[in-house]
Design a protein around this ligand. Structure first.
Ligand code: SRM
Ligand code: SF4
Length: 581
């Protein structure tokens, strides 16, 4: 007996692995006093343009990333100088909506305290780049003056909530937008750290200690992303989101509720098979008023069960892949007290933004303006920043940023339409939408020179790639065909390349993995076609494929669908995890 009991702990320890230690980010969050850390002091320190590693992790929750100009890195290193540090700030903009007054202020702030360009992102918001440490407070304060902030735009929290970008077209879209906005507010961190650090709010003396009722003091294991879609458009790429709400319309034309999707995510690492892009699963159907309760249950389940020992395995997609959808549904139902019913039927046909002038249900107009890679700047012959500033100065409606890095000038009246069109025409931008179908459907991430994770070029190489592919498509009679092309500077997937009919993902300078065969409507991931090609190699490889597609496709068959059927080897397994819609 005594032998048995003495032996038991030894054998138990022999078979039970020691618990894995938590990653360093967890102790940074825990010790941060609800995201404060030493940020106030570090921002005030003018002896360096940088902040500490810990500080850098915390600023993300405030919408800020420390970066350095990678074009200058080597020269500065040789000269023994500090890197050219600056910050990227990401605005929180649920559903991508902003007023002309806000636009004017963001435009001015970009000129005064940042790199003068503004960047529209794949999650419907703005990024400033090149903000020096001393300019961070003026930037945040300038935004605050027009009721904008960057809270939770990055970090291990619910990020900028996406929603179909043209709510004015119908009451239905408007309702979906309002649900997205309400969820965005509901899921905001409650800490006052942002206000104290950037806006110099003081703590109320003797005030209650802070708490984060939903997140807790260590927030989530990893970033968390939500989107709302209204079929037939899947413009938000709902299956790439941690949490998604697909609006279901009843026979009476009203919003009946939402199909909830969970566990989408695209980031992966080259050569690490434990990481993978995954399409979300459809969990079930809920009533419209249950959005926040279900969101709360999904988010807190991930908070409690997400992997805090490995940041490469910490997204919700891995929690669900490891534990199973049935377990996850049970947990969500238990926490919310809501029984999800069977998913309702839905169909997505497109991801494309409408281009040009479109009439809305309420009698107003909107203008869908294509902006390659979402980069708003003035270059000779293409003064996009000036044109949009002039439009903002006279526009009475608002602006909608789209998930494809484009812009809708929304809520335009019959009376003001000619003036807006005249500004675009005056600056030579009225034909921006008359470009090739490939260009109108192309996305790229930022990558070099600002992104610290970039392995190769993306935004800066996209125009050249399009210029080489356009003639091939035109010669095959496909110049106007909507074919999605997405490029990223690394496998993290910021331009959602694994959902593109043609995806290029950098592995090294001038080397890309080429993916083909996603469906145009964002419901099937692509697969690896060639592991390492230059952009020119990719054009050479794609040329006969494009020519064959023009001749062999079935009526209405998309390029991705045809590649999936006719080009990709049947045993190409890459990106096969996850369910199809
Ligand atoms: Fe992203 C990290 C840019 C959308 C997956 N992303 C980054 C950082 C912050 C680099 C870093 O961590 O140091 C990039 C800043 C570059 C720069 O200089 O501006 C960056 N991501 C972007 C943007 C700006 C791309 C763009 O050109 O539009 C998009 C900003 C969205 C926003 O407004 O919030 C952006 N990122 C995405 C998307 C697409 C989406 O959300 O719909 C994804 C894939 C979906 C997903 O999350 O699974 C994405 N970004 C990542 C990842 C990989 C996450 C993962 O699960 O592995 C990273 C790296 C990380 O988190 O460690 C990352
Ligand atoms: Fe940077 Fe990679 Fe995202 Fe591109 S995909 S912005 S290179 S993290």
């Amino acid at each position: 007996m005594s032998t048995e009991s003495a032996a038991a702990p030894a054998s138990a320890s022999a078979i039970t692995p020691a618990p894995k230690p938590l990653v360093a980010n967890e102790s940074i969050k825990a010790a941060s006093n609800f995201l404060r850390g030493n940020l106030a002091q570090e921002i005030a320190d003018s002896s360096t343009g940088a902040i500490s590693e810990e500080g850098g992790q915390l600023t993300k929750f405030h919408g800020l990333y420390m970066q350095d100009d990678r074009d200058q890195r080597n020269a500065l290193k040789k000269a023994g100088k500090e890197k050219a540090f600056s910050f990227m700030l990401r605005v929180r903009l649920p559903g991508g909506r902003c007023t002309p007054q806000q636009w004017m202020v963001l435009d001015r702030l970009a000129e005064q305290v940042a790199a003068p360009s503004l960047r529209l992102t794949t999650r419907q918001t703005f990024q400033f780049h090149g903000v020096l440490k001393a300019n961070l407070k003026p930037l945040v304060r300038g935004m605050h003056a027009v009721l904008l902030d960057s809270i939770a735009a990055c970090g291990d929290v619910n990020r900028n909530v996406m929603a179909a970008p043209n709510p004015e077209r119908s009451a239905l879209l408007q309702r979906v937008y309002e649900h997205a906005r309400a969820w965005s507010e509901f899921a905001l961190p409650k800490t006052r750290a942002y206000h104290e650090i950037w806006l110099d709010d003081t703590l109320v003396a003797g005030g209650e200690p802070e708490s984060e009722p939903m997140y807790g003091p260590t927030y989530l294991p990893r970033k968390f992303k939500t989107a709302f879609a209204l079929p037939p458009s899947n413009d938000v790429d709902i299956f790439s989101q941690d949490l998604g709400f697909i609006a279901i319309v009843g026979d009476d034309g009203r919003l009946a509720g939402y199909n909830v999707t969970v566990g989408g995510g695209l980031g992966m690492s080259h050569g690490n098979e434990k990481t993978f892009p995954r399409l979300a699963d459809v969990l079930g159907f809920i009533a419209p008023e249950q959005v926040n309760a279900i969101g709360h249950a999904v988010l807190t389940t991930q908070r409690d069960f997400g992997d805090r020992t490995d940041r490469k395995h910490a997204r919700l997609k891995y929690t669900i892949a490891d534990r199973g959808l049935a377990w996850f549904r049970g947990e969500v139902e238990r926490r919310s007290g809501i029984t999800l019913t069977a998913p309702r039927r839905f169909s997505f046909t497109t991801i494309e933004d409408p281009h040009g002038w479109q009439r809305c249900a309420d009698g107003t107009w909107f203008y869908g303006l294509h902006i390659l890679s979402g980069r708003i700047k003035d270059v000779p012959g293409w003064p996009m920043k000036t044109a949009l500033r002039e439009i903002a100065a006279i526009h009475l409606g608002d602006f909608r940023l789209t998930p494809s890095q484009n812009l809708s000038i929304s809520g335009v009246t019959d009376a003001s339409r000619p003036a807006i069109h005249a500004i675009l025409a005056k600056h030579g931008l009225a034909n921006e939408n008359a470009r090739s179908g490939l260009r109108l459907n192309a996305l790229s991430c930022v990558a070099l020179p600002t992104c610290g994770l970039a392995l190769g070029e993306s935004e800066r190489m996209l125009p050249d790639l399009i210029a080489k592919l356009d003639p091939v498509l035109a010669a095959a009679g496909l110049g106007a065909d909507a074919i999605s092309l997405r490029v990223t500077g690394c496998p993290n997937g910021c331009a959602r390349p694994y959902l593109a009919e043609i995806g290029l993902v950098a592995k090294a300078p001038n080397k890309y993995a080429l993916y083909l065969g996603a469906s145009y409507n964002g419901t099937r991931l692509n697969r690896l076609y060639s592991p390492s090609v230059t952009p020119d190699d990719a054009v050479v490889l794609l040329t006969p494929i494009i020519q064959r597609y023009a001749l062999e496709r079935s009526p209405g068959e998309g390029f991705g669908d045809w590649c999936d059927r006719a080009v990709l080897p049947k045993d190409a397994t890459f990106h096969s995890v996850g369910t199809k819609a």
